[in-house]
Design a protein around this ligand. Sequence first.
Ligand SMILES: [Zn+2]
Length: 177
Amino acid sequence: MSLPLNRSNVPPRPKDVLWIERLKGTESLRFTCYSKSFWGLWTHWSGSRTVPCFENHDHCIGGHDEATMRWKGYLHGWSQRKNRVCFCEFTPGAARELLEQVPDRQSLRGLHLIVSRTKTSKGRLHCSIDGVPLHASRIPPEADPMASLWHMWELDPMSHLVNRSLVTAPELVPMAS
Ligand SMILES: [Zn+2]
């Protein structure tokens, strides 16, 4: 009797690549935040996929177009839905909503968050703080989302700098999409 081989045509994901939670309509998530603040970055929506907006716009795939720019915020933490460490993607509205609930520039690390999206897949994302935060000493160090983002964008990591920054206060979240 031959034993089945555990074969796969898909290469294993590098160990620094984590799942990125992007909520669809009506989904919600309890998330324990490991990040001190948001990684905010600009992307372009091509009509079929998201690609990064580079600091040097000459490198933007398909060209730099302000009409297609979309801001996204990322937090590292624990997804109770997936029961694993991941990044959670935020819209500007939800990022601002969370930052308005914490004292000025206070760390988000250890906060339990409820992230939810209203009915349709284009519904609004909301975020609220839930329960007593975990002490920062009891949770793993925070991680940078870039390796996971390159993987999600299905692009090889590029040497060009992505247009991103740490976002610690609501006024640093752009008002537009
Ligand atoms: Zn661009």
